[in-house]
Design a protein around this ligand. Structure first.
Ligand code: HEC
Length: 171
């Protein structure tokens, strides 16, 4: 009797833990007003049938493969906008002050990827254009997945931002 009760509470505890793990919410918050942030780069997520040159870096291969599902595998324009208060910080890949830093907007599908900083550390989030958290709708939209690239490839991604800061507005 006691044993059954103990088992039940362990099962409850486990389901609670797994529930909270499997629904990964965005960590970065939705930055109101991002639509008016200056555009620093227009890029693309590539279609699923893209053939990359054999000497393509692992980083780029992984980036293309991870997001080839977007727009049913047909790719989408990607617009990168930076918080106007952080333009100078962005040029040098930080160090960044607290608050939302930069968004990457997948134009066709309406995905807003957000990078925010807190105490110098990058945090990630995924939202739709209505500001709803969509991080749990696809494995590649979860904050942990973002960190796989943004926190791992330290030669390319510095302080959590990856784009080459050779930005046309500064040329
Ligand atoms: C497979 C690698 C990879 C993963 C995973 C990834 N990114 Fe990125 N991210 C990139 C690359 C590469 C760029 C630069 C794109 C360009 O310059 O065209 C980028 C650019 C960005 C930018 C524009 C600012 C910058 O860093 O230069 C934001 C914002 C961003 N990503 C957020 C996210 C979020 C949020 C996630 C998770 C939901 C995520 N990324 C997952 C590779 C990745």
């Amino acid at each position: 009797m006691y044993f059954a009760k103990a088992c039940k509470s362990i099962a409850l505890l486990l389901s609670f833990i797994f529930h909270s793990v499997s629904y990964a919410d965005s960590v970065a918050s939705y930055p109101e007003g991002w639509e008016d942030w200056p555009v620093v780069k227009e890029s693309l997520t590539l279609p699923a049938d893209t053939v990359l040159p054999p000497d393509t870096s692992l980083f780029i291969q992984e980036a293309v493969r991870s997001y080839s599902w977007i727009n049913d595998g047909q790719g989408s324009p990607l617009t990168i906008r930076v918080n106007p208060e952080k333009l100078e910080q962005y040029k040098t890949h930080g160090p960044y002050t607290d608050g939302p830093t930069v968004v990457a907007v997948s134009e066709v599908q309406g995905i807003i990827w957000v990078t925010e900083h807190f105490s110098g550390l990058p945090m990630y989030g995924s939202y739709n254009r209505q500001g709803e958290d969509i991080a749990s709708t696809h494995p590649t939209l979860e904050p942990e997945f973002c960190a796989r690239c943004h926190d791992t490839y330290k030669d390319i991604c510095i302080n959590g931002t990856c784009t080459e800061p050779v930005l046309s507005p500064y040329e």
